[in-house]
Design a protein around this ligand. Structure first.
Ligand code: UD1
Length: 363
């Protein structure tokens, strides 16, 4: 079986790591195409080197652009590559512009498409990711769902015959790296200056367009972080840095200390060292959950609803509207310590993905 993985953005590289490792244990041919949606070393190269992912076989180098320009550039660059390679499967990941472009290019060429992380829904049609994931699910042939909830969403959309419960490959990689961090196999991460990892601090990230692109919203969010009683290590995504500069919003204020995005092992180590997480990232909500830290999510909804049970994750759409003491108590609350099940699987999802693709291909 020949499989082409199409990736382009940071969260896809994290998911690619366990998938590439699982394919490496088989006779199958696994080809990696990097679209170049993320091109900063902090968001791309360090994930290949840090997670032991083989270098991409093909790099499209599309870079940034409006949604249409970026998606279209990936689509037109992929057409000849898929035509030449003729894989048995194209495997697309998550919900980025690279995902929908990969799925479209493949389906138009009658190449079977498998969608990893199928069935997630925020039901928020303002999110570019929501358009990408719904459209990708509807054109893919094999829907690899991470959770029972995702399976239910797919069934409601009439897609159950193509859906399989695979578990979440992010558990595979997160737990592996957690164990390596505990075993002392990774150097201490580069935290923003003046954050002492031995003292309580919060880890924060913000990058969703709904949080970064409106100047007033961004300014209010940064002020809310700045007013927290614990130091806040804000690991700034390039989108956040660019929008803050454009809107004249100073990120480094009050409790906020700005740092660069971290490689994956550094991020896991920082979550483990932190007193809690404040974020709008999908992946980080789950990493906090898996690493026993309370998470406060600055969004009106989450795709990862399982994290909300028992108060591990709390949604705060608008921190600025809360009384300061209430916001501080929420963001700085300790991990609840309540029992959790294993809604995201047991850390063997990548092997299951390979098996499900073999079955569906009849190989
Ligand atoms: C993308 C995904 C999002 C994912 C996120 C993880 C889409 C629609 N969104 O959002 O689902 O959670 O990646 O990071 O695909 N930029 C750089 N260097 C880079 C990449 C981006 O400076 O290496 C800047 C550019 O100014 C660009 C902006 O960040 O305009 C946004 O990048 P883009 O890839 O469009 O979306 P993300 O916000 O990263």
């Amino acid at each position: 079986m020949k499989v082409i993985s199409i990736v382009g953005a940071r969260p896809q590289l994290v998911k690619l790591a366990p998938i590439a490792a699982a394919f490496a244990q088989t006779e199958h041919q696994h080809v990696i195409v990097h679209t170049g949606q993320h091109y900063d070393a902090d968001l791309s190269d360090v994930f290949f080197s840090g997670l032991g992912i083989p270098d991409p076989d093909v790099h499209l180098g599309v870079g940034s652009g409006s949604h249409g320009v970026q998606t279209g550039a990936v689509l037109s660059a992929l057409d000849p590559i898929l035509q030449e390679q003729r894989p048995d499967w194209v495997l697309v990941y998550g919900d980025t512009n690279s995902t929908i472009a990969g799925a479209l290019s493949a389906v138009k060429q009658h190449i079977p498409v498998a969608h990893l992380e199928a069935g997630l829904r925020s039901f928020n049609r303002r999110m570019p990711e929501e358009h990408n994931r719904v459209l990708t699910d509807h054109c893919a042939d094999l829907l690899l769902a991470p959770t029972e909830e995702a399976m239910r969403h797919l069934a409601k959309e009439g897609l159950e015959h193509r859906a399989r419960l695979a578990g979440d490959v992010m558990v595979d990689i997160c737990l592996r790296i957690r164990d390596a961090v505990l075993a002392g196999e990774h150097p201490a991460p580069a935290l923003p200056e003046s954050i002492d990892p031995a003292q309580p601090f919060l880890l924060a990230t913000l990058h969703r367009p709904d949080n970064t692109d409106d100047p007033e919203r961004l300014a209010a969010l940064v002020q809310s972080l700045a007013a927290l009683p614990l130091p806040v290590a804000l690991l700034a995504h390039p989108r956040l840095v660019a929008r803050a500069e454009q809107h004249g919003v100073k990120l480094e204020q009050g409790s906020v200390r700005v740092g660069r995005p971290l490689p994956y092992a550094g991020l896991v180590a920082t979550v483990m060292a932190s007193a809690g997480v404040v974020t709008d990232s999908g992946g980080l909500q789950k990493e906090a959950y898996l690493l026993d830290r309370a998470c406060t999510t600055v969004r009106p909804e989450t795709e990862w609803v399982e994290t909300l049970e028992g108060g591990w994750n709390v949604l705060v759409p608008d921190p600025h509207s809360l009384p300061a003491s209430e916001w501080a108590a929420l963001a700085c609350r300790p991990a609840p310590g309540t029992a959790r099940g294993v809604p995201y699987g047991d850390g063997t999802a990548a092997r299951r993905v390979v098996r499900l693709m073999e079955e569906a291909a009849g190989s």
